[in-house]
Design a protein around this ligand. Structure first.
Ligand code: PLP
Length: 430
């Protein structure tokens, strides 16, 4: 496969853009090689600057759940553009989308639109702190909540350890208010809460983790967090930037039947445009400025073009619940195909999947948390990633990512992915 144009562009990009990319994972650093520069995409396929076609399993890291260039979303954007790109003033469409989000997401009674998932999580934590009058919050090792300072905290040694900054530029002062607990471990979480009694404003969690690869909550775990938060007056925040509108119209909270106090959203909510949102109980959201004292603002928040794309996306999902049955079927079909290949090849790797999210971990250990995920053989993943790319399958360039399926994938695409997976596994095991 010829990728000369991507290679030349990457060379050029590195002279003007740090690392040649505008978001680090895109640089293929953990798998090696040159990132593909993308020229266009349609339906289930992306095309690079060398005109190679790939089947899409990244889908812009989640947003393109209906595939690329959905005609209705495209038309909504084109229509909105006619009326100017931005007003910085309220618009009717913002009410319509807010009303729709409230009707779709169980925990949300009021919602504020922002411009990214990062803004949503940063704001939600600030509101939870303002509401409770407490400073600390607990995050889960291996969960990602965007690049806000207080979220860039590495796992310490053990669940009750204070976080240490994961990135230069994050101060120790900031890091000390971020506490850590492992995913799927209620006992460890309880200890962190009890050791910081009356100091914890919030627990924030991806209800299905997608950022350590796909990791599902064990039965009773989310319910246990709910009880713990109720017991201690802690705001439970589900970060559904990935899972929102993906695992069900109401996200993971609908699928797993556990309602948090606040929810953060991104990705699908913008239909491909830069949008995030946070929402929750009225009582909490009324702390947000100008209704309440917690300041949060944005020049481009509720941007008319973004709202047009997002509103059309959410309306399509809301009006066509069969989308989720279809995505679940596609996910199950893919999983079956992968399982068959693993069996036929005598390999014992772990597949975690739910609905249209899926990760093949190169470990024979069950993966229930970040420590388990880290037992994966990253060298094998690196080879597998390139073997799949050579066969025209575009995966996230890291073991610690989930695949995102779209409705645009047809049976033939799924069979191509299964075949490529089989051949790639075979190739990397010599
Ligand atoms: N939260 C989760 C669960 C995410 O997966 C991401 C991004 O991948 C974010 C927050 C940050 O969103 P954004 O990249 O839009 O800032």
């Amino acid at each position: 496969m010829k990728t000369d144009n991507s290679r030349a562009l990457f060379e050029q990009a590195q002279a003007f853009i740090p690392g040649g990319v505008n978001s680090p994972v895109r640089a293929f650093k953990s798998v090696g090689g040159t990132p593909l520069f993308i020229k266009r995409a349609e339906g289930a396929y992306v095309y690079d600057e060398d005109d190679n076609q790939y089947i899409e399993l990244i889908n812009s890291w989640g947003p393109m759940i209906l595939g690329h260039k959905h005609p209705k979303i495209e038309q909504a954007v084109l229509n909105a553009v006619q009326n100017s790109l931005s007003f910085g003033a309220p618009t009717q469409r913002e009410i319509t989308i807010a009303e729709l989000i409230v009707s779709m997401v169980p925990s949300i009674e009021k919602v504020r639109m922002v411009n990214s998932g990062t803004e949503a999580t940063m704001s939600a934590i600030r509101v939870a702190r303002g509401y409770t009058g407490r400073d600390k919050f607990i995050k889960i090792e291996g969960c990602y909540h965007g690049h806000g300072d207080s979220f860039l905290i590495a796992a310490g040694s053990g669940a009750v350890t204070m976080g240490t900054p994961d990135s230069p530029g994050v101060t120790k002062g900031t890091a000390k208010d971020t506490l850590l607990a492992p995913f799927n471990d209620l006992e460890a979480m309880r200890k962190v809460v009890e050791n910081n009694k009356d100091e914890v404003a919030a627990i924030i969690i991806e209800p299905v983790a997608g950022n350590m690869g796909c990791v599902l909550p064990k039965e009773g775990y989310l319910e246990g967090l709910r009880e713990l938060c109720d017991e201690h007056g802690i705001v439970l925040i589900f970060d559904e930037v990935m899972t929102g509108f993906r695992l069900a119209p109401g996200g993971a909270q609908e699928r797993f039947g556990v309602t948090p106090d606040m929810t953060t959203l991104g990705k699908i909510i913008g239909g491909g445009m830069p949008v995030g949102a946070y929402g929750g109980k009225k009582e909490i959201m009324d702390y947000v400025s100008p209704a309440g004292p917690v300041y949060q603002a944005g020049t481009l928040s509720g941007n008319p073009i973004s709202m047009a794309a997002g509103l059309t996306m959410l309306s399509l999902l809301n009006e066509n619940p069969e989308v989720y049955t279809s995505l679940d079927e596609k996910g199950a079909y893919l999983r079956e195909g992968y399982e068959k290949s693993l069996k036929d090849l005598g390999l014992n790797y772990t597949i975690n999947s739910v609905g249209s999210m899926n990760t093949l971990f190169f470990t024979d250990k069950e993966v229930h948390n970040f420590e388990d995920a880290k037992t994966s053989n990253l060298e094998l993943f690196r080879k597998y990633f390139h073997a799949m790319l050579d066969r025209g399958i575009y995966l996230g360039p890291s073991q610690f990512e989930s695949l995102f399926l779209s409705t645009a994938l047809i049976d033939n695409d799924l069979d191509r992915i299964i075949k490529a997976n089989h051949e790639s596994l075979k190739e990397i095991h010599g």
